[in-house]
Ligand binder design. Structure first.
Ligand SMILES: C[S@@+](CC[C@H](N)C(=O)[O-])C[C@H]1O[C@@H](n2cnc3c(N)ncnc32)[C@H](O)[C@@H]1O
Length: 248
């Protein structure tokens, strides 16, 4: 299927963006689209597969019209659609067309709509239109204030927002050790795996450092009017799944 929504005005201004990523000035995801899945496996020592499996199971459990934001190569939609047949609309979206092209090849036999959507400016998506909106590892990349405003607007009353993102290990010394390890390890792996394309790991590193911990992001979601917010840490809190509801 073709693209249904275009981008609104210019891309959203970058303010609360942990990775300080500006899609207007860096097309890193276009450059690495074909290698993206491989990089994720290598940078995470394949643990990302467990995280995505857990996240996909949470999405699978939520019924109704579903919009996946920052879908990248479509890994989460592929897992969810492999697990069960869904009723309702499924929209797979990203700001980056080459990433969506890879998603399209993975999901070509599925009843899915592909859309180029800026999570921070979804003006072509009507109010109250989705039962479920999900975002896997995109929240650290986007302007989260703008994205959460848009996600809230586009969810139906009672709808659920599911987010998996970098978080913090609860025991500070272990978190410090983890960050030191990542600071040393990612640039070396970046040189070896991403052929020296610093952007491929710089955003990841900045996002890991600057994205808030589970409790702080919970309060942040509540401050954006979401309710019944819950957090599920995975791998000691290296990442966390947040579930948040738009009130009825
Ligand atoms: C770290 S990848 C995550 C991809 C996928 N969800 C996954 O878990 O493998 C982040 C994705 O966010 C997309 N992205 C960056 N800025 C965006 C924005 N403002 N709106 C929507 N997608 C955006 C990138 O193109 C990229 O595909």
């Amino acid at each position: 299927m073709g693209l249904v929504f275009g981008l609104g005005g210019g891309a959203s201004p970058v303010t609360e963006n942990a990775a300080q990523f500006q899609p207007q000035t860096d097309d890193v995801f276009a450059r690495i689209a074909r290698d993206y899945d491989r990089y994720c496996d290598y940078f995470s020592f394949f643990i990302q597969r467990l995280w995505k499996r857990a996240f996909a199971a949470e999405v699978t459990a939520c019924s109704g019209d579903w919009l996946d934001l920052a879908s990248g190569t479509g890994d989460i939609p592929q897992r969810v659609l492999n697990a069960s047949t869904r009723r309702g609309q499924v929209v797979v979206s990203d700001i980056c067309l080459p990433m969506l092209d890879v998603a399209r090849t993975k999901l070509e036999d599925r009843a899915v709509t592909f859309a180029r959507i800026d999570a921070g400016d979804m003006r072509d998506v009507p109010n109250d239109s989705f039962d479920v909106i999900s975002m896997a590892f995109g929240m650290k990349i986007v302007d989260r204030d703008a994205a959460l405003r848009e996600i809230y607007r586009c969810l139906k009353p009672g709808g659920v927002f599911l987010c998996i993102e970098a978080s913090r290990i609860g025991w500070a010394p272990l978190q410090a050790l983890y960050l030191t390890y990542m600071n040393l390890c990612l640039p070396v792996m970046g040189q070896l795996i991403a052929r020296g394309d610093r952007s491929a790991y710089d955003y990841l590193l900045r996002g890991i450092h600057d994205f808030p911990d589970g409790k702080t992001f919970t309060r942040y979601l509540e401050s954006k009017h979401f309710e019944a917010v819950s957090v599920r840490p995975l791998s000691l809190g290296i990442v966390a799944i947040h579930r948040a509801h738009k009130p009825l």
